[in-house]
Design a protein around this ligand. Structure first.
Ligand code: PA5
Length: 447
């Protein structure tokens, strides 16, 4: 099997190749910290050898759960937020038919999310949908105490129980949470829900290859073994290989740090395939939460082209020169469709007739890259031969490993997220949560 590759030829006009290669020592030191577990946040390194440590019995257990839920459910409602939602959403969307929810003879349950917002209309409309459909619930929270998924779980549990009764509902609920702590663990044990444990040493944004991602994906009918196989391939190729010549994750980490040091403070992950929108959302969380701290960090942004060329394209071409782009460049499409010939040619498109739509898309990609490079936006290209589970597994591990290396090069702890607590503290104070009395008094004086 081929591996995904990193193409830097549109970087070297901005940063000479030797300058990036000159960062080898720093890269090696960062990788040494990761692999020896001597860096900051070293109690959250379980993701490093996660792909290769998933055993046959782990797959079997997940597939057994999936079979049970698939038999009884048109929809699997996945409750979770942040790292407990974005991985499954990214893989689901990347590997699904764009119009899966509209297909009349769909055989796989649809994956729908809840608890990733606090939107009353969303929840109300979801309940209205679930009134008319069979469904099961996969509730995910590592801490087991996050407010958004907790609210959604409470509402959906009650709905399911009132719809099919307490005993049938028990068979349709799976909890994925801490092994011993948190409200969700307590609830799962008390109510007798089947449950899976999120390893202590894997943080939310690195958890897509734990039951957090694998259970919902298996229920929705995806080939989780292929996904993990791809991740294992990248783990074996890159995890302990310090040489940037051989390790694309190391090279990516070094290049983006080189960009940052030259004032390129925003990285835009670019795609030309609508199915990749949530891969970019997952990537934004991975890099934003890992690196944005201590007053430092590249701001991760994303565009969906060619749509966004008609909105953000102007800024990227001519706005502040603080940007660089990383393009997810997909080789082959799954389907073939050509531009038809038209006898009248009133739209002047006959010069394209007979051409694959993807050939046009590829010229849009190449033309945009060259235009942006000419406009002062360096361009990294990640070459993915095809959008399938195996290459997606490679890509996931590639980004995770590069994130760990890059975070250490930036001299931050890539595995914590202390900043996430600030909004929670204010929200709890405003909602007068017991235990937050002093904060409530303080915040009320402010408003
Ligand atoms: O990456 C992270 O740690 C966060 O995004 C969490 O995944 C998110 O806050 C949800 O947390 P939990 O799974 O504890 O409900």
């Amino acid at each position: 099997m081929e591996m995904i590759k990193l193409d830097l030829k549109n970087v070297y006009d901005f940063i000479p190749e030797q300058e990036i290669r000159g960062m080898q020592q720093e890269v090696s030191e960062s990788m040494e910290k990761l692999n020896a577990g001597t860096g900051a946040g070293n109690d959250f390194l379980g993701w490093l050898n996660l792909p290769s440590s998933i055993a046959e019995e782990d797959f079997n257990a997940i597939e057994k759960t999936a079979r049970r839920l698939r038999e009884t459910s048109e929809i699997v409602v996945v409750i979770g937020i942040g790292g407990s939602y974005l991985g499954a959403k990214a893989v689901n969307d990347a590997l699904s038919d764009n119009f899966a929810s509209w297909r009349k003879n769909r055989k796989d349950p649809m994956m729908i999310f809840a608890g990733h917002n606090i939107d009353e209309d969303y929840m109300h409309e979801l309940i209205r949908l679930l009134d008319d459909c069979t469904y099961s619930i996969v509730a995910i929270s590592k801490s087991g105490t996050t407010t958004e998924p907790a609210i959604a779980f409470r509402i959906l549990r009650e709905h399911l129980v009132s719809k099919i009764g307490i005993s049938a509902a028990r068979d349709r609920i799976v909890a994925i949470t801490d092994g011993s702590k948190g409200a969700m663990r307590k609830l799962a044990d008390q109510e007798g829900y089947e449950s899976y444990v999120i390893p202590d040493d894997v943080g939310g944004r690195f958890s897509v290859l734990t039951p957090v991602g694998l259970v919902p994906l298996a229920v929705a009918g995806f080939d989780i073994r292929q996904l993990v196989t791809g991740a294992v391939e990248m783990e074996q190729a890159a995890r302990t290989e310090p040489s940037m010549e051989k390790n694309p994750a190391a090279l990516y980490a070094a290049t983006r740090n080189a960009m940052y040091r030259k004032g390129k403070k925003i990285e835009i992950l670019v795609n030309y395939h609508s199915k990749l929108h949530y891969v970019a959302e997952w990537w934004k969380q991975l890099y934003g939460e890992s690196e944005g701290k201590d007053g430092k960090g590249i701001f991760p942004a994303a565009v969906d082209n060619s749509s966004d060329l008609h909105s953000m394209g102007q800024y990227i071409q001519e706005g502040e020169r603080i940007l660089f782009e990383t393009v997810l460049s997909i080789g082959e499409t799954d389907n073939e469709m050509v531009v038809p010939k038209d006898a009248d040619n009133l739209d002047g498109l006959n010069y394209l007739s007979g051409k694959k739509i993807d050939d046009v898309n590829k010229m849009a990609e190449l033309g945009t890259t060259l235009a942006h490079v000419d406009g002062g936006v360096p361009n990294l290209r990640i070459v993915v031969p095809q959008l399938n589970a195996r290459y997606l597994g490679q890509l996931i591990y590639f980004f995770e490993l590069a994130c760990g290396i890059s975070g250490y090069m930036l001299e931050v702890n890539p595995f914590n997220q202390p900043g996430v607590e600030a909004y929670k503290k204010n929200m709890f104070a405003l909602l007068e949560k017991p235990g937050f009395e002093a904060e409530t008094r303080k915040i009320k004086d402010r408003i």
